[in-house]
Write a protein that binds this ligand. Structure first.
Ligand SMILES: C[S@@+](CC[C@H](N)C(=O)[O-])C[C@H]1O[C@@H](n2cnc3c(N)ncnc32)[C@H](O)[C@@H]1O
Length: 376
């Protein structure tokens, strides 16, 4: 029996589309990522051992490792549909449908376990880490890598469990729509040191807040409404004795009071650096099992220079620098020393296209992988 948590399971169809969008954006810095992965392998994998990747999705990591790792790779993934697609694209190594919470391996049997943007989607990190620890042999390593922004929903749930007022805002999670003017989804929270100020403004005591069964974004709205309507010297509740005009006025006021509440939330909120939050959480959980001195966070950079790819040209023809960090891709025009070549090539584009092509500056891809390593 494969053990999953319902909230971890990505719906097969929309999940595949989502992973394909990640891969499209990863294309912009693919060659630098491959270089970074080679460095990760040299630093942390011993060579010759089987490597188990947990939450392998469509197999992005396995496909982009140096070829000598292809046959030693075991992709473990919760979704059958993802496994089928991954196998179609890359017929190497082994594929197992299994759960991070119940790894199908014997105690102390593995030398390397890895994950690529997968532990941030797990809601029960404790169980997943305990499974990693159980199955690793003494001296075995766990290496988790991230090239995307972490899953906000999981962190939102975690903050809510800790009863920290928080909300997710933004128009888009997709890097493409952000490039086209959308705003990135960001997680905002009210830190403990600012909570007293917020509660005072909305007319709620700490005891009243503590009595609530859960802390949602609008947890204090009722109190704020009461305070607001009391000030206006009338109740906020609609009842049969009111005239239509009065009801209309109160409804208008309700919208206004909600806007005012949100403005106060904004006044006290702070943006959460979700990648750092995830890494702290993962580090703490790992340190409950692994010796604390054997758990460390590091970054691995990959830099590639060369010709631009068709995807880069199609996506942003003016850009020569593509830098990926924490899920964001910054695109730049050219490095300072490349400027003369750039100007000349632009001038010659029309009349001497071949010379212009020769003069064009090389493109640079830069990737920073966030990396958590633990050794048993
Ligand atoms: C954000 S995706 C990353 C996929 C892939 N590693 C990549 O970077 O493209 C997270 C993956 O973890 C898988 N997953 C989530 N919960 C899981 C669980 N409990 N056991 C195994 N896989 C799980 C999901 O199905 C999904 O494929």
């Amino acid at each position: 029996m494969v053990d999953f948590l319902a909230e971890d399971i990505w719906p097969a169809e929309s999940g595949i589309k989502r992973l394909q969008t990640f891969e499209e954006s990863r294309q912009l810095t693919l060659r630098a990522t491959q270089k970074a992965l080679r460095e990760v392998a040299q630093k942390y994998f011993r060579g010759g051992e089987k490597i188990v990747e947990i939450g392998s999705g469509l197999g992005f990591m396995a496909r982009n490792m140096p070829a000598n790792y292809f046959n030693s790779w075991i992709q473990l993934e919760g979704q059958e549909a993802f496994i089928e697609k991954a196998r179609e694209a890359h017929a190497f190594g082994e594929y197992i449908r299994g759960s991070a919470y119940d790894l199908p391996f014997a105690d102390n049997s593995l030398h390397t376990i890895t994950g690529y943007c997968s532990f941030d989607v797990l809601t029960d990190l404790e169980t997943a880490v305990s499974e990693v620890y159980r199955t690793l042999a003494k001296g075995g390593r766990f290496v988790h890598l991230l090239d995307l922004g972490v899953n906000d929903e999981v962190i939102l749930r975690d903050l809510r469990k800790k009863r920290i007022p928080c909300c997710l805002r933004g128009t888009s999670t997709s890097c493409w729509s952000i490039l086209e003017g959308g705003t990135p989804m960001q997680l905002y929270y009210i830190p403990e040191e600012k909570l007293a100020g917020f509660l005072q403004e909305i007319g709620m005591t700490r005891e009243e807040m503590d009595r609530l069964p859960e802390i949602q974004e609008f947890f204090g709205l009722e109190h704020f409404e009461r305070k607001y309507f009391e000030k206006q010297k009338r109740g906020g509740e609609l009842n049969g004795e009111r005239t239509f005009e009065e009801i209309y006025e109160i409804a208008e006021d309700s919208v206004e009071v909600t806007m005012k509440y949100l403005a106060l939330f904004k006044k006290y909120e702070q943006v959460l650096d979700t990648n750092s939050y995830f890494h702290e959480r993962l580090e703490q959980t790992l340190a409950e099992y692994f010796p604390a001195q054997n758990v460390r966070f590091t970054t691995v950079r990959g830099v590639y220079t060369g010709e631009r790819t068709p995807q880069q040209l199609a996506h942003c023809p003016e850009a020569y620098i593509f830098e990926r960090r924490a899920g964001k891709v910054e695109m730049g025009q050219y490095f300072y020393h490349q400027w003369p070549r750039y100007v000349l090539s632009q001038k010659m584009k029309e009349s001497f296209p071949r010379i212009a092509q020769w003069l064009e500056p090389t493109c640079a891809e830069i990737v920073t992988l966030e990396c958590m390593v633990a050794e048993k």
